[in-house]
Design a protein around this ligand. Sequence first.
Ligand code: ATP
Ligand code: MG
Length: 584
Amino acid sequence: MSIQEEALAPNFLKNLIESNLKDNLNKDKRWSGKPGPASVQADAPFDKAKIRTRFPPEPNGYLHIGHAKSIIINFGLAEEYDGECHLRFDDTNPEKEDTEYVEAIKDAVQWLGYDWIEDGRSNLYYASDYFEYFYEFAVALIKNGDAYIDEQTPDEMRRTRGTLTEPGLDSPWRNRPIEESLDLFERMKNGEFEDGTYALRAKVDMASPNINMRDPVIYRIKHAHHHRTGDKWCIYPMYTFAHPIEDALECITHSFCTLEFEDQRPFYEWLLEKLASLGKFLRPLPKQTEFSRLNVQHVVTSKRKLLNLVESGIVDGWDDPRMPTIAGLRRRGYTPNSIHLFIKRLGVSKSDSFIDYKLLEQALRDDLDPIAPRAVAVLDPIKLVITNVEDDFQEHCHAPINPHNPEAGKREFLLTKELWIERDDFMEEPPKKYFRLFVGNKVRLKYGYIVECTGFKKDADGRVYEVYVELIPNTKSGTPGSDSVKVKGNITWVSTKYAIPAQINLYDRLFTEASPDSGTKDYMDYINPNSLKVVNGWLEPGVEILPGNRWQFERLGYFVADPSSTPEKGIINRSVTLKDSWVG
Ligand code: ATP
Ligand code: MG
């Protein structure tokens, strides 16, 4: 079983589902195969899905690591309990939504290993397909005396809403005759009024201790173009009104959302109870349950803030490998399994926390270590010359493709007279405990021979550009003499004659602060100026630079070929270093 198929550890959401299933709570639930109110579901067969969940993103940006948690919860639990999960675009807010985002969201969900097809039927829905229903139900509430048209300004409404300790004040329009509200609502829909002049409010309780119950606005006028319905509507339902109805139309059993919606739950229940009692929905009604958001340190997880990074040019787009978007993580070299592993390790609870970015990185290492092929790369090259061999010296060396998996076989490359090594593998004046190259010291050229450093050359600026060594015969790795000389240093190298050049992007944290957007902080003040360093390096011959190919470059970390990489110009992204190297 792959990590992806591994279930979430026991948690309160699973306990809830199990207890609901035990009580047979949804035994009377019907599902016609498409969303709709009681009239559409009443004669339908009983729902075969044991539970029905949904992942309801607003298509106003690319999904981020926080959404991955919600996806894994909703799709994962549906899979585990023989249910179905809907992908629903919550696109009732016309202004910031776009079809580019719709496509990117579908892509992210599929990349994480899920889809919305059940028995050949698609569970992909758009809240904007329900605009007629929202309107119909709003009219039903008005007719029943449960909603009214208010003409206070948004400002007046805010002022009369009361506080946590004081009740709100009734609007002067609260007891407007039903007929009048119906007429005004229709005229709102017909486009007779400007934005903000009228609003439809639910008539609940202006003295409720929960401010969300103090006659929330449920419909507003907005003369705006919608990416799917065009200019058909100039009134749009508010989230608090739309979301419960979307769940009920789709016959959702468990509506899982993040904790900030806890205070909205009483209205969710009030509204669905009203509509059920008016015959609009069958029981059992969907139930909302909240879990804690995922916050990760050193990133921001808000589509609005991520959009700002894109628009201000701080990153190269939504899929910039520094972005905590699913598209960015993917381009950075994260695997679907590593994301699953990360989310599953964190578990599901009701307590909010900021998760250390290191845990995300560790999940990637843990996923890749057993599977990633190894190779050698030199990122900051200086030349090493073996002085005591012929110019055309060539010798085959072998190394495991993956030391955890001998069956993967061996790789082969040539040791030649001139090699590229890392600049910091040589020191003119070594400190104590430096075991790599300095004049007089011996090291092993990994998978090759032991060499002794004999000298070096500096350029006019005093920068070392060539290091000289003598090869010690009969010390080759894997031969009986390899242990005859003991050394403490083991350095990686590639042949200057055969190495492949590549551009290598070294990424680091995007923000210098662990929580760049907490409290009154402005996250834009904490952009890490060194989050990207581009170097020209050399790769072991035999490495195939095809977009998406991954390796562990020995001693350096895990790397992936960028989608923009071509055979002529290899572009490689560092996904993560081998060990945690972040200071701060
Ligand atoms: P953003 O502020 O980034 O736009 P959102 O909550 O407004 O986030 P939606 O598109 O409405 O984004 O989210 C879809 C679903 O994903 C919701 O059910 C939401 O609760 C969940 N979700 C969003 N962010 C997180 C997070 N950080 N952790 C867990 N779930 C999240
Ligand atoms: Mg949102």
